[in-house]
Design a protein around this ligand. Sequence first.
Ligand code: PLP
Length: 755
Amino acid sequence: MAAIVRGFHDRTPLSEDEADVIYSLARARLGASVSISGWKRHQSGEVDDYALISERPAWDMIRKLDQIPVRVAEGVIRDAAGLSASPKTPVLVSWLGDQKVEPVMDIPESTDEITVLDLSLSSPLLNGRDSEDTETFTRSIFRHMEDQGARIGIGRYLEPRAFYLTEIFKGREGDPRERRTVHTGIDIFDQAGAEVRAPLSGRVHSVADNGGSLDYGPTVILEHIGPAGPFWTLYGHLEAESVAGLKVGGDVPAGDVIARIGSHPENGEWPPHLHFQILTDLLDFEGEFPGVALPRERSVWASFSPDPNLLLRLPCETTFEEPEELSARRAELFGSNLSLSYDRPLHIVRGVGTYLYDVMGRTYLDCVNNVAHVGHERREVVEAGQLQMGVLNTNTRYLHRNILDYAHRLAALFPDPLSVCFFVNSGSEANELALRMARAHTGGYGVVSLEGGYHGHSQNLIDVSHYKHAGSGGAGAPEWVRTAPIPDDYRGVYGREVMDRGTRYAMHVGEAFGSLSSNGHEPAAFIAESILSCGGQIEPPAGYLEEAYRIARSRGAICIADEVQIGFGRLGSHMWGFETANVVPDIVTLGKPIGNGHPIGAVVTTLEIAESFANGMEFFSTFGGNPVSAAIGLAVLDVIEGDKLQEHAAVVGGTLKANLASLAMRHESVGDVRGRGLFLGIEFVEDRMAKTPSARIAEYVANRAAELGVLLSTDGPDHNVIKIKPPMTFDQRDAERVVATLDRILTEDGARPNT
Ligand SMILES: Cc1ncc(COP(=O)(O)O)c(C=O)c1O
């Protein structure tokens, strides 16, 4: 309703009187709708299906509105019409500014003894979800205060925070990304037992113990008289004993001690602090009042609870500024081909496990970032990097154990004769190096790659990446490159009905090598992924790679397996993609997941190729294989093994794929579901028989899913494939959510085929 009012008000400004009657009118209209339907039913004596269709959503809306206090609903509408949600607030705010107030707590005079704590989503003070564990949270806050030489710490007003995780903060339905995250009071962190005083005279309105986990604990609300009637001040997380003597209705002179700060756990299981908030309307709450709000209602609740510093008068910054709009700055600073995902770009500031959080605390289930292989900001990986970073980070020209331990662990994951590692900083660098090695070993220069393939952003790799050189802005392949057809048995020349489609597709690899040679280019390499990622999650038919490798080798080329996207157990059944195709490459390239976000690339090859490469020219990468990267790489391997993530990908990915396939039974737009483990693709079509690719539906799905809190990406030569490649810690509940979200979106008009 707020969106409609906002849109209307933008075009035809509403007066205050008009805005104030909208809610009542809307309720009356809904009431009329259901009454008319009921009356018709009564008169005709039968159930009218058509009337029911319009009656049901009206009842749904009535039930939803029933959960919202009337003045909140009215406030939401007033806010949408550009008015203060609480009509009393503007006059109260200017009056409060003129009042003489007593200090609520013993606040140091020197700002040096006060530190403003960053408790926002991007705060380094809160690692991951540490705040679930109050002890760690408390230690980190009080240690920070001590480091700053501060006696008290301030938690800001209107700050979006990550740590409101219990059910009470779930908030109303309406936007699945949102919980109540925006803090509408000010926190003063001090030792338990510190005294709390009334800033103005008033009377005790309520004393209550809100005892749930992460709730307010013992809470006092005082009532004061302002210019437009009563208003209230709320004091949360108190010591129960200190408020036991307070009498509801009793007078409290300004400056009187009313309570002391409570300790954990009686204070609602928080670090010791006072939560102080001003209330302009009690909104039918008793003994408590929401201290955190949904991001979409930030300004509404900021009106019901104006800036507490009007009374606290703290000599420091106390309000979290509304996040800066970054798109324009980005457009100024970067080239326009550095694109942003989604029609409404996301401002992501924190990652935990399979979730990403935006600056307002909205949560997104991440099905895109295969780089965060063992989960976003996985503690073991972060700590390994932090520890080594504090000791030594230098290049590989010194002896160091980390790189040797890492090379040993990594090489052990490969079949013979793959045993020698080279470390670089990205997938592109790994593939560049692989090409150089192939050329050094074979003496040839030519490369055969696959249509739809992507191997990196350097010039050489753009030249071998059909995905780029044949796409928009591309200049085509140079003479030394040939691309063989994408082995796609859904859409390609040999479909699933062709029994020997694997060998048939592979024959084109032979033709490509033939064409290279006949144009005077001796072959050096055949490069391919075992499941084509940018090509649209294409799993080549059985036997394809075996035959393609045989042909490539018979032409004198060596075979490079690009495992940058699919490696490290993602496919579930095997550690490496090439193992699913029953081949052993001559060179394997690694990137993305290898460092869980830390930039590492690696090449693993045979001793023979490594020796050919050592032709006198030194190999050196300044950052490649440094002790920090090696420590991180080792930690990633530990987690993959410890958490059995490969097996996990097989189980969760298997169920997910089956459930995605069942979507095809309900939704005509689903043309194909494919992939392995946690590397899946859904291809969208306008017409299932004609397989007309629908980039339109894929794009609609990705954008809508983001609005519903699930991040997906689109890819493939026709941009009509939704890719699912989440962190490997993605679990069954996450998978169920993805399927349910897609199921919902695919019934929407924007996702229906145009046939
Ligand atoms: C299959 C594949 N190979 C190589 C690369 C290049 O890796 P990077 O971006 O780390 O240079 C990518 C990147 O998307 C990729 O998907």
